[in-house]
Design a binder for this molecule. Structure first.
Ligand SMILES: Nc1ncnc2c1ncn2[C@@H]1O[C@H](COP(=O)(O)OP(=O)(O)OP(=O)(O)O)[C@@H](O)[C@H]1O
Ligand SMILES: N[C@@H](Cc1ccc(O)cc1)C(=O)O
Length: 594
């Protein structure tokens, strides 16, 4: 919400606060944020700094942020006009967002294109939001697809959402660290958020959408969209739910436009249709929304929504890298090791590498030019490829993982790319549970081999199964031990006492429906693990910042029938048996010595 209307809300007596104001956050923010003099001063200073910067841009003394993005190759198409967007971004610190549907357990390299554009905007002072489509994932975006997505079970939807939530958080924290190395030091005015559209779409009534947006949606326009036409003509038809997907995405944007001042949506080029649908929806709502006080001030040109798309990252044959094509290069180190992720970039061709340096690193352009000049003197050394690989792995897995992967890869090619070091190759780490490939296999590794290898024997560490009786009859230290997060129950005990372990959700409430909240584990009787079980069969626990376990709870018989076990399970059964025996007197009666 624009600053002017925000302050107007502060002055308005409580009796006049309407439902929409509450929903769009003005009041919630008012209650949460004590507006101190310091905050007002910093806001005013940030505003002045922005004005100074726009003067420099206007005078041609500084590059505009849109020009920076263009120069690095992030812009494919702009919706709303290039010069108009440039003008808006120069004169106003607008909010921008990228949405991702958690329809897989991990982000992949393709996602990084729109996300890197967003990261650059963040480093240039814009308010940046990553949106997890917890609600939209339940419908599935039909864009660019000839067939409907397979329905996902509720528990895997939830696990994907949690995994991506943690991944995005970590990515953002790595952005701060990496960008700092290139001189971008976090400033007060830089704002970022991670939202989940479950928070508003799950509460949205169909009558509200039909009343507010329905009259502005023209069937002719919706039916003429490429995705719809292609599906009807060449695909397997389209369900009403999929047909309505752009409507949900549009509502997201309208919601965040109102509540968070988001005027720009960024997506891969397959999102162009959805972005345009969202712009049409916002423009319609700006004129017609039924609550006039919320419409106030939305009509000027500096309030218009815009969008841009990034180019698609494709294979050499032009196929999009993504989940649906089955060729995703996963960012989760449990699905693709740092070594293999590094390897993906080391294998990229000289034709692509300069583009990748611009798209996937924060290295300034003049430095990239120098790197390329040096690279071309000895292209067989793959100098530029190693640099992209290292920067990319640092961004998604962290600097130590990248340094390790670099060392391992360089060891493989000691003395130049033609002399493959077979000993090093034999010892190089692979994905957990995967057999090491032969050197020939490794050198010709096809991209499909990067697809996730998630199965019972080779389940990523982040996921584990626990027997129901253990979960129902244990305290947190035991759960931490059985989930493999600590090496003993006493270590678990110490960690819980020190408030260093967390459980997702709130007692007796499925609070991760809307976003992922963590509660510090406690020893109290009233705060038992059982109270945090989600959807009847999922317990999510965390130690430290990023070490999480999603524990799938199985009936004891199923757990054992699948040949599973976990730390402490045998002892737990013995303890339970001893307790039962003691209760029935077996083994403790002097009359029946055992
Ligand atoms: N290969 C890619 N190149 C550029 N952008 C991509 C690529 N893959 C996904 N994106 C973008 O990332 C965002 C989130 O994409 P989404 O969650 O649909 O993933 P996806 O892998 O494209 O899924 P699917 O293949 O199942 O459609 C979108 O803006 C999308 O355009
Ligand atoms: N539809 C996007 C994801 C998305 C979801 C919700 C949004 O508001 C925006 C984007 C995709 O599948 O790639």
């Amino acid at each position: 919400m624009a600053a002017a209307s925000f302050f107007k809300h502060l002055a308005r007596p409580q009796a006049y606060i309407c439902k929409d104001c509450i929903r769009y956050g003005a009041i919630a923010r008012q209650a949460r944020r004590a507006i101190s003099d310091g905050w007002l001063r910093k806001t005013a200073e940030a505003e002045i700094a922005w004005k100074e910067q726009s003067k420099l841009i206007g005078a041609g003394e500084k590059q505009s942020t849109l020009a920076v993005l263009e120069e690095r190759g992030f812009i494919k198409d702009i919706a709303g006009g290039r010069d108009e967007l440039d003008n808006l971004m120069t004169n106003k610190r607008i909010g921008a967002y990228v949405g991702v549907d958690p329809t897989a357990p991990s982000l992949h390299v393709g996602h990084l294109l729109p996300l890197m554009a967003l990261f650059w905007m963040y480093l240039h002072g814009f308010g940046c939001t990553t949106l997890l489509g917890g609600a939209t994932a339940k419908v599935g975006d039909p864009s660019g697809r000839l067939s409907a997505r397979d329905a996902q079970k509720a528990d895997s939807q939830k696990m994907n959402m949690i995994a991506m939530h943690v991944q995005l958080k970590k990515l953002w924290s790595n952005v701060d660290a990496l960008a700092g190395r290139f001189g971008y030091q976090k400033e007060w005015a830089w704002k970022r958020a991670l939202l989940n559209n479950n928070a508003w779409l799950n509460k949205l009534g169909i009558t509200e959408v039909l009343r507010d947006l329905g009259p502005g949606l023209r069937l002719g326009t919706m039916l003429a969209k490429d995705t719809v036409k292609t599906r009807l003509e060449k695909g397997d038809g389209m369900s009403f739910a999929e047909f309505c997907y752009p409507l949900l995405q549009s509502w997201d944007w309208w919601h965040m436009y109102q509540a968070n001042g988001i005027q720009l949506q960024i997506g891969g080029s397959d999102q162009y249709g959805n972005i345009c649908a969202g712009m049409d929806a916002i423009n319609y709502m700006r004129k017609t929304y039924h609550a006039p006080h919320l419409r106030e001030g939305l009509d000027g040109p500096l309030m218009a929504p815009f969008g841009f798309t990034t180019p698609l990252l494709t294979t050499s044959s032009g196929e999009k890298f993504g989940k649906s094509a089955g060729n995703a290069i996963w960012l989760d180190p449990e699905m693709l090791s740092s070594f293999d992720l590094y390897g993906f970039f080391v294998k990229s061709s000289d034709d692509d590498i300069e583009r990748y340096l611009k798209l996937f690193t924060f290295i300034p352009l003049p430095q990239i030019k120098l790197v390329m000049t040096h690279h071309m003197t000895q292209p067989e050394q793959r100098h530029a490829q190693h640099l992209v690989a290292k920067e990319f792995v640092s961004l998604v897995h962290g600097v130590p993982a990248a340094e390790k992967a670099e060392k391992e890869h360089k060891a493989l090619f000691a003395g130049g790319s033609k002399t493959l070091n077979l000993d090093a190759l034999r010892n190089a780490p692979r994905n957990p549970g995967k057999a090491s490939p032969s050197p020939q296999e490794d050198m010709s590794m096809s991209l499909n081999k990067f697809a996730p290898q998630v199965n019972a024997q080779n389940a990523p560490q982040k996921y584990t199964s626990l027997p129901k009786s253990l979960v129902m009859g244990s305290a947190f230290p035991q759960i931490l031990y059985s989930a493999g997060l600590v090496s003993s129950r006493s270590e678990g005990h110490r960690l819980v006492s020190a408030q260093g372990a967390y459980v997702a959700g709130q007692p007796d409430g499925d609070s991760i429906g809307n976003s992922l909240n963590w509660s510090a584990m406690k020893h109290f009787e009233t705060d038992k693990p059982q109270k945090y079980i989600l959807d009847g069969n999922l317990l999510v626990v965390r130690v430290g910042k990023w070490n999480i376990r999603m524990c799938h709870i199985l009936e004891d018989d199923d757990f054992e029938a699948q040949g599973l076990t976990c730390p402490g399970w045998e002892e737990f059964k013995e303890r339970e048996k001893a307790k039962a025996d003691a209760a029935t007197g077996v083994g403790s009666s002097p009359l029946f010595p055992m």
